[in-house]
Design a protein around this ligand. Structure first.
Ligand code: BTN
Length: 246
């Protein structure tokens, strides 16, 4: 599945790079890794702090014959696959926060940024970006505006090969992207739900200026977030979830 692999000492953003390369005809399965990003990007327009050599920053380009609108669920498929890799690496108590934040003990361990482009009827392409904190120290992560942790902490110092981990991530995420193309989100729903620790809890959903409060009722078949609100059960496609009272 791997079509091409680039490893940079430094780049603006592995996602930005592959989005550019995609327009220039790069093949499905093109991968970009960097030791450092100078303009790493997170979801919702945030910056992703990307110091040299201490984390993983990688992106995968994947092409689909489908319309861009059909790729919304890929974000959960990839989140579930990444959480399973980290569990296999020995991390217990992992949680997925919808749509695909990976948390350990309530702190962010990894984030995914999926960007889609294409013709309205297809074909389209997806760039999946993975930022995984490995052994960034508190000074390096000083500017991060949310509680965060590292794989080193989550494994309590147990040694782990960064190269092997990166290879496993590429293999398994590409398998998930391929399966998503043929079978959609259905095979990933229960895989995602294993890590859904917010189910049943009172949460708040921030959508731009709007705040919706409700009880987390898990994810729907299309990957939407379900909330039980005073107006009944509602589904949401975007927004930022937080636990109420936290
Ligand atoms: C999030 O906000 O949780 C998503 C973070 C995604 C960060 C990764 S690092 C590799 C890739 N390149 C980027 O600029 N962002 C993603």
């Amino acid at each position: 599945r791997l079509a091409r692999l680039e490893i940079h000492d430094q780049i603006d953003s592995t996602n930005t790079h592959l989005m550019r390369e995609a327009s220039a005809g790069a093949p499905s399965g093109a991968v970009c890794l960097a030791e450092r990003q100078t303009a790493g990007r997170g979801r919702r327009g945030r910056a992703w702090i990307s110091p040299f050599g201490v984390n993983l920053y990688l992106s995968i380009l994947w092409r689909y014959p489908l319309a861009p609108a059909a790729l919304g669920g890929a974000s959960l498929a990839v989140g579930a696959a990444l959480a399973e890799i980290l569990r296999t690496a020995g991390v217990s108590d992992l949680a997925l926060k919808w749509p695909n934040d990976i948390l350990w003990q309530g702190r962010k361990l990894a984030g995914l940024l999926l960007e889609v482009a294409g013709e309205s009827q297809g074909p389209s392409h997806l760039v999946v970006g993975v930022g995984l904190n490995l052994r960034m120290d508190p000074t390096q992560g000083n500017d991060i505006d949310q509680p965060w942790t590292t794989l080193d902490q989550a494994l309590n110092g147990k040694p782990l090969s960064r190269n092997r981990l990166a290879a496993r991530i590429l293999d398994d995420l590409m398998a998930a992207l391929e399966q998503y193309g043929s079978e959609g989100l259905a095979p990933f729903l229960d895989r995602w739900r294993q890590f859904d620790t917010l189910q049943g809890k009172p949460v708040r959903l921030l959508m731009g200026e709007r705040i919706i409060e409700g009880r987390h009722a898990g994810i729907g078949p299309d990957g939407s977030l379900q909330l039980d609100t005073p107006d009944g059960r509602r589904s949401f496609q975007t927004g930022e979830v937080s636990l109420r009272g936290s």
